[in-house]
Design a protein around this ligand. Structure first.
Ligand code: MN
Length: 277
């Protein structure tokens, strides 16, 4: 708000794909109703970059995704529940990894409309995986089960205080965003940085058009991707497996917080792309 009490016009509108809480008769509030929600630090991250977060809820309307994308300047894919293996041509290895096909279909439609209308897309955690699936890639249903020798990438007790190193590769967008850190790195071909880790699924087969931006140092799990070639190579489409936004509102005690990668350059790069559209 400015000194005259008016809210300035012209804020960019960032659509955040809502998490879906499906009807649950045991719930005390909104008994048996479907809810659409976002985790608040995602809204905080968008606000800090000077834009306005807009929640994009799934509805039964046929043109729901198209209308929602039409109304926003960029698409931010939120984290949350597993993807359904059916979304990438598999069946669940265990019932608890069945995911949410309704949300997958809705978000894939959001991605398709954002791509066809040339709107920038940033995917976080599940959103990073969703981007890969939407463009034809696959996932590991469970890292621990399917990747021998892998790190623990999600821990219920430690949740977002769990962290590990990633190698940011040279000649990537992330290497530009963290150029000052790169210059200090002993190895000029990669920058090893610390990030949080709250996922048990990960990218398996990389979708056409994507380039890997960062790999988990210990086990080479793909932790960041970007579209650099193919029909959408001129669009901003970035996936980040970690949760930069969690660092903004964390009230958890974390010994190594200062060592984690700064979350704002990623959001600022997304906002720069949004501003150029
Ligand atoms: Mn990880």
């Amino acid at each position: 708000m400015n000194t005259s009490g008016q809210v300035p016009q012209g804020y960019k509108r960032i659509g955040i794909s809502a998490c879906i809480m499906h009807p649950d008769p045991s719930r005390v509030v909104f008994n048996g109703r479907r809810l659409s929600y976002i985790e608040n630090s995602m809204a905080e991250w968008v606000f800090r970059a000077g834009a306005v977060p807009v929640v994009l809820p799934h509805t039964a309307q046929r043109d729901c995704a198209a209308r929602l994308i039409e109304s926003v300047d960029g698409l931010l894919l939120h984290g949350g529940v597993d993807l359904a293996p059916e979304s990438y041509g598999e069946t669940p290895l265990r019932p608890e990894w069945s995911g949410d096909k309704i949300r997958d279909d809705f978000e894939i439609a959001l991605v398709q409309h954002a791509l066809s209308t040339k709107k920038p897309i940033l995917g976080i955690c599940r959103g990073h995986q969703l981007l890969n699936v939407a463009l034809g890639g696959t996932l590991y249903q469970d890292i621990q089960t399917q990747v021998s020798g892998a790190l623990v990438h999600r821990c219920a007790e430690r949740y977002n205080t769990l962290s590990h190193d990633v190698d940011i590769l040279s000649n990537t967008l992330l290497s530009q965003l963290y150029e000052s850190l790169f210059k200090k790195s002993a190895n000029k071909n990669l920058l090893t940085a610390r990030i949080n880790s709250v996922h048990h699924q990960a990218i398996n087969a990389l979708a056409p058009g994507f380039t890997i931006e960062a790999l988990s140092t210990h086990d080479k799990i793909i932790e960041a991707v970007r579209i650099t070639h193919g029909p959408y190579k001129h669009q901003f489409v970035l996936g980040i497996q970690w949760h930069p936004e969690f660092q903004l509102e964390d009230e958890c005690q974390r010994e190594d917080e200062s060592a984690l990668l700064d979350p704002m350059p990623i959001m600022q790069a997304f906002m720069d792309a949004v501003s150029q559209e």
